[in-house]
Ligand binder design. Structure first.
Ligand SMILES: Cc1cc2nc3c(=O)[nH]c(=O)nc-3n(C[C@H](O)[C@H](O)[C@H](O)COP(=O)(O)OP(=O)(O)OC[C@H]3O[C@@H](n4cnc5c(N)ncnc54)[C@H](O)[C@@H]3O)c2cc1C
Length: 356
């Protein structure tokens, strides 16, 4: 895959990236390929953020379900090239699922549904592939998991820069001249409030909405004529036969996603109540009887950037502070990747100007 920035001599000091979703990974990858030393921090046990997969067992039988982004599209030429390279590595495949629209009364198949891709064998696979690639570089990107950066502070003394703290590990030993946040807008806003009010205001201007998801394991095939379906006039907005995606094994599994407005209205409800309500809504669409399935719910407090900023990224060379993520672009997996790359280019260009 082409790298659209030349490889310079690496500037002094590592760059810290907070967040190892697709935006943070794309940013880290491009900066590392350009010769920068990069340290990535994430509060989770691994990479991928909202492109996520839950795995479990029911009475000893293994199941899995992509409970964040169920699929993604690729329009931009550079992102298509990235998707092709994931495909060559076996980490991604097109999902030839039958896609429909249920208007509350009847179900219609969509003839010209756009091409959708999924991670294989699970949605976290593209991110895992990227992490492996970055660990194999001559100057490997350093990943630190289970590290919730909080607070972010300006360092005292000469050269200033930033210090990172986390409840898990205390203060990071290293001081960073450049810190890049690749986290959802509300989390960026909270981290920046005290140290970078202008950037915090920008983050606060993006709207992100919640989504309750339910992962359903069925006793047998559900006789619906679709594998994925947009739903209207229901608590649900999207249902998908997760086990129809390429590379999956195990029981028939469905993902149910509640609409934004339903999720907001029921944000603080307990998981059991939510699961029962969404299984009932699924049954009304032709899904199995709630009593016949196993189900697990997950609440995404910040699922979708419904009012993204369409600015690609934000970067202050003076502060050594940058922001990337789906909410700065167009609110999609593709947008997150493009935003991360855009920030990497801006940071790299600033380093070159500084060196000149
Ligand atoms: C239910 C749902 C459905 C979706 N459907 C689609 C879809 O159909 N198509 C599509 O293209 N997109 C979809 N999306 C959106 C898609 O998942 C996101 O656009 C994309 O994954 C965002 O990537 P990101 O890197 O910007 O953010 P994230 O993936 O959220 O990554 C942020 C990372 O930062 C970490 N983090 C946060 N705060 C801190 C902290 N203080 N310290 C350390 N680490 C921190 C998190 O653990 C996370 O790993 C969906 C998302 C959800 C939740």
């Amino acid at each position: 895959m082409s790298i659209p920035i030349p490889s310079p001599s690496a500037p002094s000091g590592p760059i810290a990236i907070i967040g190892a979703g697709l935006a943070g990974l794309a940013c880290a990858q491009l900066l590392a390929r350009a010769g920068h030393s990069v340290h990535v921090f994430d509060k989770s046990r691994g990479a991928s953020g909202r492109m996520s997969t839950r795995r479990g067992t029911d009475a000893g039988a293994h199941w899995q379900c992509d409970h964040g982004a169920p699929s993604f599209q690729a329009h931009d030429a550079d992102f298509r090239a990235q998707v092709r390279s994931w495909q060559e590595a076996g980490a991604t495949a097109p999902w030839p699922g039958r896609i429909g629209l249920h208007d509350g009364e009847r179900l219609r198949l969509q003839d010209n549904a756009p091409q959708r891709f999924v991670g294989t064998p699970r949605m976290t696979s593209p991110a895992a592939h990227m992490v492996r690639g970055m660990q194999d570089m001559p100057d490997p990107v350093r990943f630190q998991w289970q590290t919730t950066v909080e607070p972010l502070q300006t360092a005292a003394g000469e050269g200033a820069g930033w210090t990172l703290h986390s409840p898990e590990h205390g203060a990071a030993p290293q001081r960073y001249r450049t810190v890049l946040l690749a986290v959802p807008a509300p989390q960026a806003g909270a981290l920046l409030e005290a140290v970078a009010p202008e950037a915090a205001r920008l983050a606060r201007s993006a709207r992100m909405r919640p989504c309750w998801s339910v992962m359903v394991r069925c006793a047998g095939p559900v006789p619906m004529a679709v594998d994925g379906c947009v739903v209207e006039h229901s608590p649900l907005r999207w249902i998908a036969r997760d086990s129809s995606k390429p590379g999956r094994s195990g029981p028939e599994t469905w993902l149910l996603q509640a609409s934004h407005s339903w999720s907001e209205a029921h944000l603080e409800d307990d998981a059991q109540t939510v699961t029962a309500a969404l299984l009932q809504a699924f049954a009304q669409l032709g899904g199995p009887s709630p009593a016949s399935v196993q189900a697990t719910s997950h609440r995404w407090r910040y699922a979708d950037a419904t009012q993204p900023l369409h600015v690609d990224c934000w970067w202050s060379p003076a502060a050594g502070l940058g922001l990337c993520g789906d909410w700065l672009h167009n609110g999609t997996v593709e947008g997150a990747w493009l935003s991360g790359r855009s920030l990497a280019r801006a940071v790299h260009a600033a380093g070159q100007r500084h060196a000149a």
